[in-house]
Structure formats: C-alpha cells, structure tokens
Design a protein around this ligand. Structure first.
Ligand code: AMP
Length: 437
C-alpha cells in the first residue's frame, strides 16, 4: 500500500517521498484517514511504530486547508509531550513533513532560556509542541494563548501521567476550547485505568486504533536475559560490547547516579560512553545524544525518563543493565531498538535481586524471555536476593517527579559484601575489548 491512497495532499506526499518512506506503517494507515476526517483518536502505539507521522501528517493537512488569519497567528494545534527530547523530535517531524506548507511551528520546553521562545510565540505560530511545565510558565506570563486550539495531541500520555503531569495537563485543558469544539488525539503505549479515565475526560467519541497488541513488544526485537551477579554486570557488559563488536549501544540504569557511575566505569574500560539523565543540562543531553548518533560515543547510558523520545535510527542494541521497577518501562526501553521495521536486540542483565521484576515483565508480555548463561559469568548460587535500593531516601518507588528530574534518585547498585569477582570473567572482558576475543 502506498501513501497516495490515504487522502494526503501533494505537498505532504512530496515531503514523505523526500524522506524516503515508501509505505505507511500500520499506525499511519489506520490513523491518517481518521484524523483527516476530523475524528478524535485513542491510539495504542509505542515509539518506533511511526506514530509521530501518523498524527503530524493529517494535522498539517487539516491546518493547511483553512488558511491562518492575517497578522498574528493564534496557536491552532498543540502537541504535548512528556520530555524535552520527544518535544524536539516531534518539532523536527512537523518541520520535515510541513516543509512545503506555509505553516509555522515552535517547540518549547524547560531547561533553556524562555525569552527566545516568547519572541517566537509573539511572532505567531500555528503549531506548538510543548512539555507541560514550560507551557504553563508561558501561560502564567501570558505569552501564549490557547483559546483557539483546534487540534490537541497528547503524545506518550502514559508517560506524562507517570511523570506526574496530570495536574499540569488539567490546567492546560482548562485553557483550551471544549472537547466538542476541538479535535483530540491521544497516543499511549500502554492503557492503564488512569489512561482510560483521562481518555474519557478528554476525548469525544474517539476511534480506537491499536497497532501492536496491547502491552506487547515490537515483533522484530529479539529479547534475551543473561543471569549474572550484580557486581559482575559491568564486566559482562564491557565483554559483550567488545566481543560482539557493538558500535552503538543504549544502556538503561534505574538511577541517575547509576548512569553516571556506569558511564565513567565504561570509559575506564576503554569504551567511549556518555550518560544522559534529568540532572544534566539540556546542552549536555543534546551533546551526548549528538555524539551517540554520530558514532563518536559508543555507549549511551540513560535513565528511563531521559531516554523517552530518543529517536535514533536503526539502533541495534539496547541493554537493560538494571531492570525497571515498572514493567511497562521495559516495553518503552526496548522500543528504542527494532524501529520502523529494523531488527533489534534487547538484552537484560538480571541479578538475583531482580527476579521478581523479571517475572512482572514476563507477565505483562505474556511470555517468557529466553535466558542464556554465559560461561565465566554464571551467577553464584550462594548469593541471596536483597531488596532493591532505588534512592538515597529509601527503598521502592519514590513520588513521580516532573520533567528533568528522573523518578528515582540514588545508588541502585550499592556494593554487596560477599559477592566477589571471578578472574576468568575479568580477563575475558579485557581480551574482548582489546579485540582478542
Ligand atoms: P516514531 O514511532 O514516530 O518515533 O517513528 C519511528 C521512526 O520511524 C522514525 O525514525 C521515523 O522517521 C521512521 N518512520 C516513520 N514513518 C515511516 C515510514 N512510513 N517508513 C519508514 N520509516 C518511517
């Protein structure tokens, strides 16, 4: 099936051709005609499915059909995203697909100066892509008017709720035209009860579009679990990267502190690595991501929230250095690989403490993930499970935090007495990195 049959205008089809896309993805096939029809949409689609173009293309078309008023343009489409990275990425898509249309767009998020954003808004824009916190800063400074929004998109709505944005979302909703007077599109990778409630409140008789089975992982991702002792994970990771000659690996840790420490340790192991998390400045996050995309940084170590919205083409390897506390995060994490039809590999290094987390993930996926024990890295059966430390302030999951602050703080992998290293693994790792394995 080609894009030509979806009812998109010549300008958009040209932009799609220039992007090199031949066929619409399932979410695009399903969502584009419905959105063009002016209907509300509740879409279950995870990152990597092509969902951004799925809402951006018809949104651009609808806006371009009714010309903007002369003079200062009101914001006519608002896209809310949970993270800065995702906002930037959606903003890029709007630019790319809308390059042959006379529409103006802007991206606003926190962590950068507000004045250039105010300036852009003052000149008038049609499409605003924003994170909720900074959007409300603009609202309180009266630098943005949302009363004429025709199309509202909530992208990765589950993540927005997870990050504690529900109050901000409510505040924004109060500033928009009523749900009967606007078109609303809600995208979410997972459907919790909270998401269903939010959908009931915001959407007007939506069409339900689901492309992958609910809470399942993309088909083309090969998943594997490697059981290993906690204190030997770093060594095993270095060994895998070296011996398998992985050139671009995204590694997940549970905490910011853990991400920093692992990236420093990998550097010491001779691998170029960078950490990306909410405590880093926007500049540092952007630089780390750019270095990773260009291939200058081989390993990008990220926390869940910081990794949201990262779009890296054909990312071949994702490693769960630590399993996430929330099983849905596993789905989000591994959605970073195998994007848009490419094959991907998602590996989890699982220690005895994490067996319960693994069970929860497998329950969510409704299948077992294949396990493989690597010679020299077999877990020591005498090591007993210990509770997982998620933060400096205690155990378990802390309160959701706002953007820029990752959910859990502190030291996830405190050294456990009695879990010793084994020589064989060390030398294996060294050999692998020096290219001898
Ligand atoms: P998304 O799920 O929106 O984050 O998109 C994932 C990736 O798929 C992005 O890198 C897009 O550029 C790419 N993509 C989107 N639509 C298509 C398509 N029809 N064919 C090939 N790649 C696509």
């Amino acid at each position: 099936m080609s894009f030509d049959t979806l009812g998109l205008s010549a300008e958009l089809l040209r932009a799609i051709r220039e992007q090199g896309y031949n066929e619409p993805t399932p979410i695009q096939r399903n969502a584009i005609p419905v959105v063009l029809d002016g209907k509300d949409v509740l879409a279950g689609a995870q990152t990597g499915t092509g969902k951004t173009a799925g809402f951006t293309l018809p949104m651009l078309q609808r806006l371009s059909k009714t010309p903007a008023a002369k003079g200062r343009r009101p914001v006519r489409a608002l896209v809310l995203t949970p993270t800065r990275e995702l906002a930037a990425q959606v903003g890029e898509s709007v630019q790319t697909y809308g390059r042959h249309l006379p529409l103006k767009s802007a991206v606003i998020f926190g962590g950068v100066k507000i004045n250039p954003q105010i300036e852009k808004l003052r000149r008038g824009i049609d499409i605003l892509v924003a994170t909720p916190g900074r959007l409300l800063d603009h609202v309180s400074q009266k630098t943005v008017d949302l009363s004429q929004v025709e199309i509202l998109v909530l992208d990765e709505a589950d993540r927005m709720l997870d990050m504690g944005f529900i109050h901000d979302i409510r505040k924004v909703m109060a500033l928009l035209p009523d749900k009967n007077a606007r078109q609303t599109l809600l995208f979410s990778a997972t459907f919790s009860n909270e998401i269903k409630q939010l959908a009931n409140r915001l959407l007007n008789q939506p069409e339900l579009i689901e492309v992958a089975r609910r809470n399942t992982t993309a088909e083309r991702i090969e998943q594997k679990v490697y059981p290993v002792d906690k204190l030997r994970k770093r060594e095993l990771l270095s060994f895998m990267i070296g011996s398998r000659n992985w050139r671009q690996v995204l590694v997940f840790t549970r905490t910011k502190h853990g991400a920093n420490r692992l990236s420093q340790q990998l550097e010491k192991d001779g691998l170029t690595a960078a950490a990306i998390h909410g405590n880093k400045s926007q500049g540092a996050r952007t630089r780390a991501l750019a270095g990773f995309k260009k291939g200058e940084v081989r390993v990008l170590v990220a926390t869940d929230i910081a990794a949201r919205g990262l779009d890296i083409d054909q990312l071949p390897h994702v490693v769960n250095y630590e399993l996430p506390n929330v099983p849905e995060d596993y789905v989000h994490r591994i959605g970073r690989t195998g994007r848009a039809g490419n094959e991907g590999e998602a590996i989890s290094l699982v220690c005895v403490d994490e067996h319960k987390l693994l069970k929860d993930i497998e329950r969510l996926l409704k299948r077992e993930i294949p396990k493989e024990t690597l010679q020299g890295y077999e877990p020591d059966p005498s090591i007993k499970a210990e509770p997982i430390q998620n933060g400096r302030n205690g155990k378990g999951r802390s309160q959701p935090r706002k953007q820029g602050n990752d959910r859990n703080r502190g030291n996830a992998s405190a050294k456990r007495p009695g879990a010793g290293r084994r020589k064989s693994g060390n030398s294996q790792a060294r050999q692998a990195r020096s290219g001898r394995a």
